[in-house]
Write a protein that binds this ligand. Structure first.
Ligand code: GLU
Length: 351
């Protein structure tokens, strides 16, 4: 059975969208339209303490300003909590998650004690460690996923389905990770290998409030919407492996992934306040033309190619022309793998 292609834009309204987000949205848009895919807009607003009330409308305005059109009404995560809850209840029955009452401090202290084995609580037969979960031809990986945070040491993992639950509000649910090495093929990063028992460990699928965490919500949403391609920042490469574990548990096919290199400041570090104001709303307010932002995103994505048009040619291109040309020539193999540097101060540069 073949599925019609579905792509998505998934802004988090935890603050303003900046240049890096714009570049990722544009690449997602060009890819979607180049495959005649449906493109949904999903507002990832379940991270409630950090969500800003103004940021959802501003993200919608930013996309419209850049000429990025999506299909259908926005899907809003806080309106979908029942869907996440149903999956969590099944995971509890299947003993694939367990309640964890540890604080960050407990985890750091327990993890600093010496241990020798995998930090996953899921048992797999001994010989199945040979059995790499693989989705592409065998050759050397382009990237190995590294641990990002302290790996959960398994303190609460002895809980079994049917045991008493701790008091509500005192625990998150943690997913028992399958420790077998996994490989996935990313459209930009290439072949990525991950050893989940060592670099991921058991990870939370809810917060202590009981609300679904990002890793779970994103998978349930992408499955329900039939998403076939995920385009997002390469800070989420490790998350693709956590999410892949949830797909495998649910018996669903994961989407294709394209993790776009981050946009960095002129010191090579991740965009931050010290690099000046790179909010899209700010460029809009300062009278920057959206064509300048789109031209920048296009040239940092495809500008290394011999057939990329010279600036004398593109000087008068409208937004619609830019999108038409980029959609027409879009192919993943042509997308730059380099990090993109934003000049400082960027407003002058775009004007
Ligand atoms: N909401 C996330 C972001 O704004 C993207 C998550 C995803 O695409 O899976 O970075």
């Amino acid at each position: 059975m073949t599925f019609p292609p579905v792509c998505r834009l998934a802004p988090s309204p935890t603050g303003a969208q900046h240049l890096g987000n714009a570049r990722t949205f544009l690449i997602a848009y060009w890819s979607a339209r180049s495959q005649n895919a449906k493109l949904i807009l999903r507002i990832e607003d379940i991270d409630s303490p950090r969500v800003k009330p103004w940021a959802m409308q501003q993200a919608i305005d930013d996309l419209a300003w850049l000429g990025i059109e999506h299909d259908g009404d926005p899907i809003v995560q806080t309106q979908r909590v029942g869907h996440y809850e149903a999956v969590l209840q099944q995971m509890l029955k299947d003993d694939r998650v367990y309640p964890c009452v540890c604080s960050r401090k407990d985890i750091d202290e327990a993890a600093s004690a010496p241990h020798e084995h995998s930090m996953s609580s899921m048992d797999v037969p001994h010989d199945s460690h040979q059995n790499i979960v693989e989705d592409s031809q065998s050759n050397q990986p382009d990237m190995f996923v590294q641990a990002e945070t302290t790996i959960y040491p398994g303190t609460c993992a002895n809980w079994r389905a049917g045991d008493a639950m701790p008091p509500l509000g005192s625990y998150c649910l943690r997913f028992r990770t399958d420790p077998r090495p996994m490989i996935l093929h990313d459209q930009i990063v290439g072949r990525v290998q991950c050893d989940p028992g060592i670099v991921l460990g058991d990870f939370p699928v809810t917060r202590k409030t009981g609300v679904a965490a990002y890793q779970l919500a994103v998978v349930v949403d992408d499955i329900d919407a039939g998403v076939t391609e995920v385009v997002r920042g390469d800070d989420l490469v490790a998350s693709a492996f956590r999410q892949r574990q949830i797909y495998d548990y649910l018996g669903e096919t994961p989407p294709a992934y394209a993790h776009v290199p981050l946009v960095v400041g002129d010191d090579g570090r991740r965009l931050a306040k010290r690099h000046g104001d790179t909010r899209l709303s700010q460029y809009r307010d300062q009278g920057v033309a959206p064509e300048s932002i789109v031209a920048w995103a296009a040239s940092t994505t495809f500008g290394h190619r011999d057939d990329f048009p010279q600036s004398q040619v593109t000087r008068d291109w409208s937004l619609a022309r830019w999108h038409h040309e980029m959609i027409h020539q879009f192919e993943w193999s042509a997308v730059s793998r380099q990090r993109t540097i934003v000049p400082h101060p960027s407003v002058n540069w775009f004007q």
